[in-house]
Design a protein around this ligand. Structure first.
Ligand code: PLP
Length: 373
């Protein structure tokens, strides 16, 4: 059996989510914006899903905006606030490209992180002034898994720019952390269904009361004019089902997966000479195992791992044939040579002991082979 260790890229759908969505792809196909019985059935499902999503995110139903992805939720947060409240935008240097590039569009400033991947609060304070309209700091990082101290970030921001909105990308955090609680200090919170057992192409943005976003997508005025477009009812219903199941099982999942991750990380650190773990484990989500390996090209390693049935990722972008070091590792000050040898093994709810055993066998063997060549 191969080992799927790329859950930060996407997760298999939970059976609860598949079961929940199927009727809305078949007989309950209505458009919730209509008024007849078929529409009303879809509207009821949409309203119920909204209640579940709101509760799982610690928000009110009116504060949830459904989107077509995590990327869209991130863009709506940054650009939507900026559209109604123009001003400087600040984001952490380790944000996902969905935030980073949106900030770039409006000339954003980058807040540096320390070598452990956590945002440098003193440097952040220097960048935030009353002119700032949005500060974006993610809850958990997609490459190295570090969890940002959002309450401390909020304290810094509120002190210096009382009117700035705080935006937090919780896309990678949701499977592992109590987002309803930890993202409390944020005015805008983005999630994506396919990272926690829901389908691809559906996400949500919490926009807390008192925060206004201008629409990025114009049309029929759905989502109280914040996001037009006919509702993806099946996707939204499935996202709600996946959220409910994730939250119900989260504590037990985290304990189980953290133990697997620790065995994997400790085993690889012992078996692969020169391997270094990225970030402090105590400040990382349970599913993340990220290593840098000296003298190895990640792309070559991934090819060997793929052949051995271990599905992982490099965490660095491959553009036009050239492997670029990741902006996250760069921001953490990881030397370029090491950054090019990054390996992200991301565990999920379905990861087993056998998956870890296979990775513990395949990774040291592949590294040894590459070092021989
Ligand atoms: N933000 C983070 C932290 C992510 O990891 C991802 C997906 O990789 C996204 C945003 C984008 O989400 P989506 O794939 O739904 O567009």
């Amino acid at each position: 059996m191969p080992a799927y260790l790329d859950n930060a890229a996407t997760t298999p759908m939970r059976p609860e989510a598949v079961d929940a969505m199927l009727p809305y792809l078949r007989e309950r196909f209505g458009n919730p914006s209509g008024s007849h019985a078929v529409s009303r059935e879809a509207r009821k499902a949409l309203d119920e899903a909204r209640d579940v999503v709101a509760e799982c995110l610690g928000a009110g139903p009116g504060e949830v905006v459904f989107t077509g992805s995590g990327t869209e939720a991130d863009n709506l947060a940054v650009l939507g606030v900026h559209a109604v409240r123009p001003g400087a935008v600040v984001c952490s240097a380790v944000e996902h490209h969905a935030v980073l590039h949106a900030c770039h569009v409006v000339g954003g400033r980058l807040a540096p992180v320390r070598s452990d991947g956590l945002v440098d609060l003193d440097a952040l304070a220097e960048l935030v002034d009353p002119d700032v309209s949005v500060v974006a700091v993610m809850l958990a990082n997609n490459e190295v898994g570090t969890i940002q101290p959002l309450a401390e970030v909020a304290a810094v921001v509120h002190d210096r720019a009382p009117h700035a909105a705080i935006m937090s990308d919780a896309v990678q955090a949701f499977p592992w952390l109590d987002v309803a609680d930890l993202a409390g200090p944020a005015d805008l919170v983005a999630v994506s269904a396919h990272k926690f057992g829901g389908p691809k192409g559906v996400g949500a943005l919490v926009v807390r009361r008192g925060t206004t976003v201008g629409p990025m997508i114009h049309g029929g005025g759905q989502e109280r004019d914040r996001r037009s477009g006919t509702y993806n009812v099946a996707g939204i219903v499935a996202m709600a089902a996946a959220m409910r199941a994730t939250v119900a099982e989260r504590q037990a999942t985290v304990a189980r997966v953290a133990a697997l991750r620790d065995r994997l990380a400790d085993g690889l650190l012992a078996a692969v000479p020169g391997a270094l773990e990225t970030g402090a484990r105590a400040t990382k989500v349970a599913g993340n195992c990220h290593l840098t390996l000296d003298g190895i090209e990640a792309e070559a390693l991934l090819v060997l791992l793929d052949a051995a049935g271990v599905y992982a990722s490099a965490g660095s972008a491959c553009t036009s044939g050239a492997v670029e070091p990741s902006h996250v590792l760069d921001a953490m000050g990881v030397p370029r040579g090491r950054g090019l040898g990054a390996l992200r093994l991301s565990l999920g709810t379905e990861t087993t002991d056998a998956d870890v055993d296979l990775a513990l066998e395949a990774v040291p063997a592949a590294v040894a082979r590459l070092r021989q060549d």
